[in-house]
Design a binder for this molecule. Structure first.
Ligand SMILES: [Zn+2]
Length: 238
């Protein structure tokens, strides 16, 4: 359908499978993680093999799919997670963006004018409280936001709202950090309703990845010493 709708077809993958392979090479994979229908937990990490929710005991899969030999059971509910680590690594793999990752530090002003989040009192307070993090201007500072989104306005009369989680690196100058290439979609929380306070359940994979990145930062000194391979992996220049 996309091929039919696109005027210039050169270089577009012919099959959905080819498109997925292309994105994988760019380090832009997507993971589907099953979750409890009521949002109590994710079937993830130590709970990946469970078949019912450990809090409300509701089943993970639709009953009609369980036990049939050649069909993969269909989860009642699943979320998408787009791993943040390779996306952040790419910022440092490009000369254009790597040089801008300390913009917030190199362009400090005391004019009292608010041009960028780094001019705000919250940023300065964070620097005072977390001086060991602030000491390296290339450490990544992320903003996270979400809002309900109804993908079925025309097609469905019953209300449905999914929740995309957007992460933005605020190291970059204002003209970059709120533009499309640097706004990362990290999770899509399935509907049909607002997850409310249970939103943190769905943020678990993102938080785990951010914790790992923090450990690397402290292990290797700082990101600017890291060298990146084409595949998106990186090793360290000691
Ligand atoms: Zn549950």
């Amino acid at each position: 359908m996309l091929l039919d709708a696109t005027p210039i077809k050169d270089g577009l993958p012919k099959k959905f499978y080819d498109a997925k392979r292309l994105l994988l090479k760019l380090g832009l994979e997507a993971k589907r993680i099953d979750c409890c229908v009521d949002g109590c937990m994710l079937y993830y990490d130590n709970d990946v093999a469970l078949t019912e929710c450990k809090f409300c005991n509701k089943p993970r899969y639709h009953a009609k799919n369980v036990g049939t030999s050649n069909k993969k059971p269909l989860p009642v509910k699943a979320m998408f997670y787009f791993p943040i680590t390779p996306r952040l690594q790419r910022l440092f793999a490009s000369i254009q963006t790597a040089s801008q990752m300390s913009w917030h530090y190199d362009n400090r002003r005391s004019s009292g004018m608010l041009r960028h989040p780094s001019d705000g009192e919250a940023w300065k307070h964070f620097d005072r409280v977390h001086a060991d993090f602030a000491i390296d201007p290339q450490n990544v500072r992320l903003g996270l936001c979400t809002n309900g989104f109804n993908p079925y306005i025309q097609a469905s009369s019953s209300p449905y709202s999914c929740w995309p989680i957007i992460v933005t690196p605020y190291n970059l100058p204002s003209k970059m950090c709120m533009t499309k290439p640097y706004i990362f979609l990290t999770c899509v929380i399935p509907g049909p309703f607002n997850p409310m306070v249970g939103i943190d359940v769905y943020l678990q994979p993102l938080i785990d990845d951010l914790k790992k990145i923090m450990e690397w930062c402290y292990d290797i000194g700082c990101f600017k010493k890291a060298k990146f391979h084409d595949e998106g992996n990186f090793d360290v220049d000691y």
